[in-house]
Design a protein around this ligand. Structure first.
Ligand code: PSV
Ligand code: MN
Length: 401
């Protein structure tokens, strides 16, 4: 049982797992993003892409687990592909790799009735052009993932032809796939509702799976943990996607009601643990398959953004570390023999094991601060960014991110 492991043995067991754990931060998580009803501005929020890279570099310096940052084309590449060289330069300067590229198919007014699913062929073409430019950007950045989320849908029954829109989506996604470079991946994200409230064109993992399959072999599904209805069994969805070799990546956050963008593990840490466990179990049985990409997708309206990001990474490391304590051979034996209570208790014992001392040891061994949140507060970084960015962030007039 895990609970018989002493702290030293836990540290030993976790060292290599923690070395191998990385999670990408989102550029939009450092900017003044907000709710549908508005946003409370933070004086220290990142305004420019350089400030986002600077914040990401702080998170990496404190945690050692976030070497890359996901980017949104509209917000971070205002001149499109023309910005690639500048982005690469910022990446070099701050020691952060540009990560997954997210096209933006929802802010432009032309997307009012959809992008790939819009009944107007000209709008569909515009959306495809934007996605193709995003593919080119992702390729130039070193074949990073293209991460696709569509806000497409409708609000009222009878207002859109659902099956026509399926066809248009197939066409758009297939054309996107055809433009991918060798080894480049496209990830298809789903979400049940919001901003559409009657139907969403890619509403669940089944729709995303069918679209990705039809698009081609370099297309996979992206699971955002916040994009599910209440009580849905997310780890079972992951198990299915991994079984089908179709899980491309995860967007991590927590939720209580809908796509709340709450800190990972703040509502249901056991669920995040079960997610990591299911992935680890699959990986132990299929070591040759690359693990899915881990990306944080949270926009904090109230918590300080850098502080919240560091807190999230620590939570992710803790929950991942707990999952790494499970001996899969032992669990599988208990399952085969249907020793239900023992199997459940074995899994729960891993979850309840306090891995924080092992994480402290790992950090000290790697020259990282033992208490990253405390070090961040003491570093003066937050005060400095408040001072330097304050005047820019006083006015409410800025884009979503
Ligand atoms: C949509 O809710 C989403 O999860 C997508 O991943 C977007 O890229 C991200 O949030 C930021 O809007
Ligand atoms: Mn997401």
């Amino acid at each position: 049982m895990n609970d018989t492991l002493d702290p030293r043995a836990i540290s030993e067991r976790l060292r290599k797992h923690l070395d191998g754990f990385a999670i990408e931060v989102p550029s939009w998580g450092f900017a003044n993003t907000g709710t549908r009803f508005g946003k409370y501005l933070q004086v220290s929020a990142a305004h420019t892409l350089e400030e986002k890279f600077s914040d990401a570099a702080q998170v990496q310096k404190l945690t050692g687990a976030c070497p890359s940052m996901a980017l949104h084309v509209l917000w971070d590449f205002p001149r499109g592909i023309g910005d690639v060289a500048a982005v690469c330069e910022l990446g070099r300067q701050y020691g952060i790799r540009p990560g997954a590229i997210n096209p933006n198919l929802f802010e432009n007014q032309v997307y009012k009735y959809g992008s790939f699913g819009n009944p107007d062929a000209d709008v569909r073409r515009l959306a495809l052009d934007h996605v193709l430019e995003s593919v080119a950007i992702a390729r130039e950045l070193g074949n990073v993932d293209l991460s696709l989320w569509f806000a497409d849908g409708s609000n009222y029954a009878g207002t859109q032809h659902i099956r026509n829109r399926i066809e248009w989506f197939h066409q758009g996604l297939q054309a996107t796939h055809a433009a991918l470079g060798e080894g480049q991946r496209m990830l298809v994200e789903y979400k049940p509702f919001e901003p559409a409230f009657y139907h969403t064109d890619i509403a669940d993992w089944g729709m995303a799976l069918l679209f990705a399959r039809a698009a081609g072999p370099q297309a996979f599904v992206l699971v955002d943990t916040g994009h599910h209805y209440q009580s849905q069994n997310i780890e079972q969805i992951l198990a299915w996607l991994m079984h089908e070799k179709m899980l491309g990546g995860l967007h991590f956050n927590d939720r209580r009601y809908a796509d709340d963008d709450l800190t990972l593990g703040s509502v249901d840490p056991y669920q995040a643990f079960r997610i990591f466990h299911e992935i680890r179990l699959y990986q132990s049985e299929h070591p040759a398959v690359s693990p899915p990409a881990y990306v944080i997708d949270q926009s904090h309206n109230l918590k300080n953004k850098v502080e919240a990001m560091v807190q999230t990474v620590l939570a992710a490391q803790e929950l991942y570390a707990k999952a790494c304590l499970v001996d899969h051979g032992k669990l599988t034996r208990l399952q085969r023999e249907c020793r239900l209570v023992e199997a459940e208790e074995y899994l729960r014992a891993a979850f309840w094991t306090d891995v924080r001392p092992a994480l402290r040891t790992w950090r000290e061994e790697r020259g990282l601060p033992a208490d990253p949140l405390q070090t961040l507060r003491a570093s003066g970084y937050l005060a400095r960014t408040e001072r330097e960015r304050g005047s820019k962030n006083q006015s409410g007039a800025s884009s979503y991110a």
